[in-house]
Structures are given as structure tokens and as C-alpha cells.
Ligand binder design. Structure first.
Ligand SMILES: *Cc1c(COP(=O)(O)O)cnc(C)c1O
Length: 471
């Protein structure tokens, strides 16, 4: 399998060559040259497999530069009941007639990002050892991504993490989750500023090519292909659980921000997994809902990006969206480059409403969308608690609301649960008047000793810190 860039760079690369990278050299995103097809016989063979073996089967269609035995061992070591809480890894439960919740949030940090990040940690350690190299991961987080990255990379050989976050602005639970890690290879950097300042620092450091090379700076952001690939697996696992021993179609609803999670659904569907509809659920930051309704993709300004009670979906643009648009326009790289490099840069938007391909987003690719508000989330959390004695977090609540708007008779609708309610306790208290239950292993984490340094919102200060700790 070779990988290409959505913007037409002539080079074709292999999985391990792009594993440690973000964007392609021309600013595009990596995609496989084609989607391997999975037929009914293969689906039947995969149906009974434990999650780690299913992961191996899916990954091995895309990875041919890691020996089979090694890839198998990496999957087996990643997807264990010990790390993900249950032997099913992603257990499915029926909430009401035809509506299912697929639990993706029982990993170390209680959000679905663990599903991919835990694999990435093991792949990075493996590949760096093979090359005899080291990597310093620099990131910016407002919560879920940073903690998932730290819990995946802690104690890994050859990897250090430098994670910036806006000082005092993450939820107390999220701060405690990250700052209580005592591993010497994990560095928490609280920046005197907001999340945008952290992102600007990461950009500034990455743009200093000499520094980047000298200190082997890398990232683990959501455009990383390996992260997306890991997420494809749980679409298969959800399908098998919802359909029992029957074939037939299912639909998925996916709480969406950067379009990483639902893009994995698009890949699974493109491989032949019988998915009827992929419902993109957004909050008030409705860039994606607007596109699927109108054909217009309009990046928001900072002032036009809302702080919501489903904060992990508070995005101004959807960084993985280019992957889908590339497929939508018939894999025309010049067209994709025109849309993302020219139209977006010049006008902050592009418009496919008059183009016949836009209708195919729904008809050929199965996409639909919905948008929720804070009031919707509170109402959904209350209703789900009352009728089903089930507590959902704010992001999953956005998903449930969207799912009900796109239910089709006879087609199971699987809602991806993207976090546990304890991570967003404030809104749960608002909705129910009581705090969510906390898993035992997180009891009292706020009182643990903290490992975090405070730095000004200044790229030079962060560089100096990194240089001091890379000896
Ligand atoms: C990251 C995140 C999302 C959004 O996922 P994307 O892949 O960016 O679309 C939704 N919910 C939670 C809880 C998250 O952490």
C-alpha cells in the first residue's frame, strides 16, 4: 500500500514513512492510493474476532512495512481489557428500539481519543527503536487530545512529550489527569494565555526548521493517518455487534469537530462496510453541518467560534475535511488544491452548492448532518437519564440528538460515545442537579502532587525549556 497527498505531490510513500508525520510536503493530507475492499466472506470471517485481532486484520490491509508478527503483537498489546476496561473493548448497548451507544471512552483518559492514541504510542516506540531515533512531541491542548497523548506516550522509549495548555483554563478534572503524571518523559507546560496562544507557540516552534530538526520535533495531531486508521476498526466492531448474525446495513452518528472520527467512518464505508448513513453531529460550531446542508464550507474567525459545553467540538475549521472533499471531487488533486489552497486562503470559504458532486455527499457517500445547542444537550442528558437510567456526556448528547433526526426504520443507528460524563461534570450538574460518578481509579486525583511548569506565552521560552530537557 502506498500513500498519496490530497494536493497531488508526485511522491508515494509507505505507512512507516508517514507514521511520524503530519501534513504532506505540499500541505495536503495523506490518503491510501485506494481503499482495500472487504467482501461478504471477509466480513463473515471477521465477525467473531476479538477486537485486537480485528484491529490487526484491518490495519494489515494498510500496513505492509511492519512484519506480520510484530503488527500482531502491537495490536495485542494495545487493545487489552486491562487498558480499555472490558474484554469487548468497545461494548455496544441498545438504548431504545434501534438506537445503540458504542462505548469508546473506557480507555485511560475516558475519551475516544485513547482508541487511536494508545496504538500510536506503541507504533511510535516500535518505529523509533527500529530507526534508532528519538522524537519530541510538541502539542497544544485544551483537554482531551493532550491527556490522551500523554497517557499513550508515558514511559515510552525514544519519546518525550511537551504539552502546552492554557494555564487554569482546562477543567479541574482534566488538569488533574495530566498534571498528576510523574513520568520523566512527560512535560506539562501551562502557558499564561488562551488555547490559541498555545497553538501559535506550537506553530512558531515548528516553523523554526533548524530548531525542529535539531530537537526532532513532531506532533500527534488529528490529521495523522495512523490515528485515523486506528479509528476505522471500531466501525467494524460496532457493525458486528449491532447486526448479530445477520448482514444488513447500519448507520452511525458521530459527534464531530475536526472530522477525524467520522472520516474513519467514511473510510470504513469506502472499504465496503454496509453503512447506510454517516450522521455528522455538531454543536453551535456548525462549519460541517453548514457544508452538508448547503455545499458551502466557510471557516470561522476566532470571534465567530463559540465556547460551548461540548468543548472538544469547538472548532473554526475541520482539519481532516480535506480528505473527504478529495474523494468527493473524484480524487482530483488539482481541484482539491484549488479549493483548500486558493479559495480558502483568499476568501475563507469555498462553494460546491452548484456543483453536481455536492449532491453525491448524501447520495453516494451517505452523509447527513445535524446541529445542537446547549439547551439540546441539557435536554438530551436529562431525557437519557430519566428514560434509560444512562448518563451521557455533552458530546455524546449532541450525537444522540442528531441520531434521532436521521433514524430510518429497520436500520440500527449506532451513536459513538466520545467521552464519559465525568470529564464534563459541570453540565451534568446543570442538567441533573448531581455530579456524575467517577471511576474508582480517578478518586482523589485532584489532591495528587502535580508536575507542571508555568511559562509565558512566548515561543522562545518554550524552545529554551525543550532545549534544557532534551539532553
Ligand atoms: C476530539 C473529540 C471530538 C471530536 O472528534 P473529531 O475527530 O475531531 O471530529 C468529539 N468528542 C470528544 C469528547 C472529543 O474529545
Amino acid at each position: 500500500m502506498r500513500y498519496l497527498s490530497t494536493r497531488g505531490h508526485p511522491e508515494r510513500r509507505r505507512f512507516c514513512e508517514i507514521l511520524l508525520e503530519g501534513l504532506a510536503p505540499d500541505g495536503g493530507l495523506y490518503l491510501p492510493e485506494r481503499y482495500p475492499q472487504v467482501d461478504a466472506a471477509t466480513l463473515a470471517r471477521w465477525r467473531g474476532l476479538p477486537y485486537a485481532e480485528l484491529a490487526f486484520e484491518v490495519l494489515s490491509l494498510y500496513i505492509d512495512d511492519i512484519p506480520v508478527a510484530d503488527l500482531k503483537a502491537i495490536c495485542a498489546k494495545t487493545y487489552t481489557a486491562e487498558i480499555f476496561g472490558t474484554p469487548d473493548i468497545v461494548p455496544l448497548r441498545e438504548l431504545e428500539d434501534g438506537v445503540y451507544l458504542e462505548a469508546l471512552s473506557n480507555g485511560p483518559t475516558l475519551a475516544f481519543k485513547d482508541m487511536a492514541m494508545q496504538l500510536l504510542g506503541n507504533l511510535f516506540e516500535y518505529e523509533l527503536a527500529r530507526r534508532g531515533e528519538e522524537l519530541n512531541i510538541l502539542g497544544a491542548t485544551s483537554g482531551d487530545t493532550g491527556s490522551a497523548a500523554e497517557y499513550a506516550m508515558r514511559g515510552k522509549k525514544g519519546v518525550r512529550v511537551f504539552m502546552t495548555s492554557p494555564d487554569g483554563r482546562m477543567s479541574p478534572f482534566q488538569q488533574a489527569q495530566m498534571f498528576s503524571l510523574q513520568d520523566p518523559n512527560i512535560h506539562n507546560i501551562a502557558i499564561a494565555g488562551v488555547f490559541d496562544d498555545c497553538q501559535d507557540i506550537v506553530k512558531a516552534v515548528s516553523n523554526d526548521l533548524d530548531f525542529k530538526r535539531k530537537y526532532r520535533i513532531g506532533t500527534v495531531n488529528s490529521i495523522n493517518w495512523a490515528r485515523l486508521l486506528a479509528q476505522v476498526v471500531y466501525y467494524f466492531a460496532g457493525y458486528f455487534q449491532a447486526t448479530g448474525n445477520n448482514d444488513g446495513e447500519v448507520s452511525f452518528t458521530v459527534p464531530s469537530g475536526n472530522f477525524g472520527n467520522v472520516c474513519a467512518g467514511h473510510v470504513a464505508r469506502s472499504m465496503g462496510l454496509p453503512i447506510r448513513t454517516l450522521v455528522v453531529a455538531t454543536n453551535e460550531n456548525d462549519v460541517l453541518d453548514e457544508f452538508f446542508r448547503t455545499g458551502i464550507y466557510r471557516v470561522r474567525s476566532a470571534a465567530d467560534t463559540h465556547e460551548t459545553s461540548s468543548p472538544s467540538m469547538d472548532i473554526s475549521k475541520a482539519s481532516n475535511f480535506e480528505r473527504f472533499v478529495f474523494d468527493l471531487v473524484g480524487r482530483d488533486a488539482a481541484r482539491t488544491r484549488g479549493l483548500f489552497e486558493e479559495d480558502l486562503r483568499k476568501a475563507g470559504r469555498f462553494d460546491l452548492s452548484a456543483d453536481p458532486v455536492f449532491a453525491q455527499a448524501a447520495t453516494r457517500f451517505g452523509f447527513a448532518s445535524s446541529r445542537s445547542t446547549h439547551a439540546d444537550r441539557v435536554a438530551t442528558i436529562r431525557d437519557t437519564d430519566k428514560r434509560f437510567a444512562t448518563l451521557v456526556d455533552t458530546h455524546t448528547a449532541d450525537g444522540l440528538k442528531a441520531a434521532r433526526e436521521h433514524l430510518q426504520p429497520g436500520v440500527p443507528m449506532i451513536v459513538l460515545e466520545t467521552a464519559l460524563p465525568i470529564k464534563f461534570a459541570e453540565t451534568i450538574v446543570e442538567a441533573l442537579g448531581r455530579a456524575p460518578e467517577r471511576p474508582a481509579r480517578f478518586e482523589g486525583i485532584e489532591a495528587l502532587p502535580r508536575r507542571v511548569v508555568q511559562l509565558p506565552a512566548d515561543a522562545e521560552a518554550v524552545k529554551a525549556y525543550i532545549a534544557r530537557h532534551c539532553a
